[in-house]
Design a protein around this ligand. Structure first.
Ligand code: G3P
Length: 222
């Protein structure tokens, strides 16, 4: 996984459920091949094994549980998604928060399982706290901009710069992504100019008329 990078979270959008998720993953494969740009996708949990097997783009889970392996039911564990062919996971997304003490344990368990981690956070203070867990990436996403048309890079460039400064000041090895409202190559370029190592987005690709064209534009902007 090279950075700068574009990370696409499929969330639970119906546009990318099941076979349609695989279809869009293949379009992202093509965009990566044509641009040589780096990307990761986080498909719906139910599609992880299928997409990890059939697509070339590295696959992340959207969330994991710190449930013990064995007599627990209905949880998704780091070891389970690793066995399904995933290379990493998002954690603590604004739409699926994890308690701080639990988050630290899951990051550590993922490290042991050989999974990369992207820890999402809504404020610079949370970014700082999570950097101490030494995840691979921290993603700063102001919740009020998620799913909207205004990119965090224009609406709140300061929060991106401050997150980069705060995280790198604690541990320069931890990479920083920014997300919320990212829709165009220009937004991606701005993220890089603000010091980010890439972007985390969803609707800009999932709901695009031509996801491959938008992905190419974003990868070229890295
Ligand atoms: O995980 C990415 C996300 O929360 C941002 O969503 O739709 O604003 O790109 P979106």
């Amino acid at each position: 996984m090279r950075s700068p990078i574009v990370v696409v979270n499929f969330k639970t959008y119906p546009e990318v459920c099941g076979a349609r998720g695989l279809e869009i993953a293949r379009k992202i494969d093509e965009a990566m091949r044509e641009t040589k740009g780096s990307a990761v996708i986080a498909p719906q949990q139910t599609d992880l094994a299928l997409i990890a097997r059939e697509a070339k783009v590295p696959v992340f889970a959207q969330h994991l549980d710190n449930a013990v392996q064995g007599s627990t039911t209905g949880y998704v564990t780091p070891e389970g998604v690793k066995a399904a062919g995933c290379v990493g996971t998002l954690l603590n997304h604004s739409e699926h928060r994890i308690r701080g003490d639990e988050l630290e344990l899951i990051v550590e368990r993922c490290r042991k399982a050989g999974l990369k981690t992207i820890v999402c956070s809504n404020t610079v203070a949370v970014c700082k706290a999570c950097t101490h867990f030494a995840p691979d990436f921290i993603a700063i996403e102001p919740p009020e901009l998620i799913g909207g048309d205004l990119s965090v890079t224009s609406a709140d460039p300061k929060i991106v710069e401050s997150a980069v400064e705060a995280v790198k000041g604690i541990d320069p090895k931890v990479k920083v992504l920014c997300g919320a409202g990212v829709k165009t190559g220009t937004d991606v370029k701005k993220a890089i100019e603000l010091g980010a190592d890439g972007v985390l987005l969803a609707s800009g690709i999932v709901k695009a008329k031509d996801p491959k064209a938008v992905m190419i534009e974003m990868l070229r902007a890295l």
